[in-house]
Design a protein around this ligand. Structure first.
Ligand code: ATP
Ligand code: MG
Length: 454
């Protein structure tokens, strides 16, 4: 067993650092044999801000995974947040001698020519991802080697990271006693872990909704063709709840997990919470109203993704055939429904698939990047390994989150009055949700809805 290759993913997220250890069987299938997650430390918006604390958290996460697997980790594939990366698509051309077959050297030359774009010297190339090839004007060729033609063209998606943040990340990993085998864009890793066989023939938008950021990858026939990052994530939803309900962050996180919904129509109609704010005031809020605080923030994220894709590729409805939502924040009830409404495309929740071993631990959407790093390590070409689709074991559903009970004393700072959230039923009749489009800044909209509270 120990002779099989071991591939390790180190996902450095804004809320958690996760190590996933995968063992590759001779037939290419992957068993997850170790996992270790710790809260993210020393990081801010995907960049290291405290070398020592980040190193310590990385070390802890790796040690936890080593303990589970009994394997000593030496090298890791490390996730890179998209907000320090720049992605461009470049065109490369190679002339082929008449009456000669296209060789791998010709393909490499075309790719090399595409790479020869002037890049800011402060950028380090992370990925060079060839899309499909064109031979003498014939498009859609996956592998041109052996074909005849005089003109070979290729579009290459180049992802480059800012050198400073990459150096800091490398330094932390090295200080933790590990070697960086490669950096991998988070959106790419998440796509590799979640895209299904049928989606390899389509254009699909993978949206990884994390804590601090939402990473977007557009996959065209299995190739990452565009990537972007929206600097808003699930933490912002929690902060909105904490600010508007005047409860501590932890309490807001519990309320969001247990009672939150992205669309008011899906909120529990029979649920009312009684909230004692830090200033001692008590309010009753229905789950319906709660989701009216949550929805604008998620709508804002989806709106920004729409704009981004509109500008880069064209109208979302025309560009893509579907959307895959993943990342921890996609677990909020009603999120796929809201995305369906905003993108007007089929939307599904994506979880890591096509793996064996500790599937119960890594089957949730928050593990897509970590598992995707391991899958990336197999081919290192940015494509989903074929073994993933060969024999897809049914994954156990993600374990239900078990947050601390929200009734009883709040766990906030030493305020004179401990903020408190209590469930009261039945709920008052929900107010109808305004049909108008949201206007103005986020806080202005919130003030409009909750004028008595702010
Ligand atoms: N059941 C749930 N319901 C609602 N939100 C959830 C649930 N589980 C996790 N979340 C939210 O998911 C977010 C964390 O997601 P994830 O673990 O994917 O982030 P991350 O990888 O650390 O961050 P990033 O990818 O932005 O760097 C948090 O905001 C958390 O509140
Ligand atoms: Mg993440």
């Amino acid at each position: 067993m120990k002779d099989n290759p071991i591939i390790v993913g180190l996902d450095i997220g804004t809320t958690k650092i996760t190590t996933v250890i995968g063992e590759v069987a001779p037939n290419g299938t992957v068993d997850i044999i170790g996992e270790g997650s710790v809260p993210s430390e020393g990081m801010k918006r995907g960049a290291v801000v405290n070398l020592e604390r980040a190193t310590q958290a990385i070390r802890q996460s790796v040690q936890n995974a080593e303990r589970v697997s009994g394997v000593r980790v030496q090298t890791v594939f490390v996730s890179v947040a998209g907000n320090h990366a720049k992605a461009i698509t470049s065109h490369g051309l190679a002339a082929i001698r008449r009456n000669q077959e296209i060789t791998q050297a010709d393909v490499d030359r075309a790719i090399e020519n595409a790479r020869a774009v002037p890049l800011d010297p402060n950028l380090e190339i992370i990925h060079t991802l060839p899309q499909e090839y064109v031979v003498d004007g014939q498009e859609g060729i996956k592998n041109p080697v052996g074909m005849h033609g005089v003109r070979l063209e290729v579009d290459v998606h180049i992802v480059a990271g800012t050198a400073g943040p990459l150096l800091n990340l490398r330094r932390c990993v090295q200080e933790a006693g590990l070697k960086v085998e490669g950096f991998v864009l988070q959106a790419l890793a998440s796509g590799l872990a979640t895209l299904e066989a049928a989606e390899q023939a389509q254009t699909v938008i993978v949206i990884d909704m994390g804590g601090g950021t939402t990473d977007v990858g557009v996959f065209k026939r299995g190739n990452l063709a565009h990537s972007a990052v929206i600097p808003i994530g699930g933490e912002h939803v929690t902060n909105d709840l904490a600010q508007i309900l005047k409860i501590p962050h932890e309490e807001a996180e519990n309320v969001k997990h247990r009672y939150g919904a992205a669309v008011p129509e899906l909120a529990d109609p029979d649920l009312t919470l009684e909230i004692t704010s830090a200033n001692g005031a008590t309010h009753a809020i229905s789950a319906f109203e709660l989701s009216r605080i949550i929805k604008p923030r998620l709508a804002e994220i989806f709106g920004m993704i729409r704009d981004e894709i509109d500008q880069a590729l064209g109208p979302v409805e025309l560009v893509a055939q579907g959307v895959v939502l993943t990342g921890g924040a996609s677990l909020l009830r009603g999120t796929p429904e809201l995305a369906r409404d905003r993108f007007r495309l089929p939307v599904r929740l994506g979880r890591p698939r096509g793996i064996g071993g500790l599937t119960d631990i890594v089957s949730g959407p928050a593990h897509s990047t970590g598992v995707g790093l391991v899958l990336y390590g197999i081919g290192q070409d940015g494509k989903v390994p074929l073994s993933v689709f060969r024999d897809e074991p049914e994954l156990a559903p993600a374990p239900a989150p078990a947050p601390a009970p929200t009734s009883g004393k709040g766990s906030g700072p030493q305020a004179a009055v401990q903020p408190e959230v209590t469930v009261v039923t039945p709920a008052p009749a929900p107010a109808p949700e305004p049909q108008k489009k949201d206007k103005g800044s986020f806080m202005e909209r919130m003030k409009g809805i909750f004028k008595d509270w702010l």
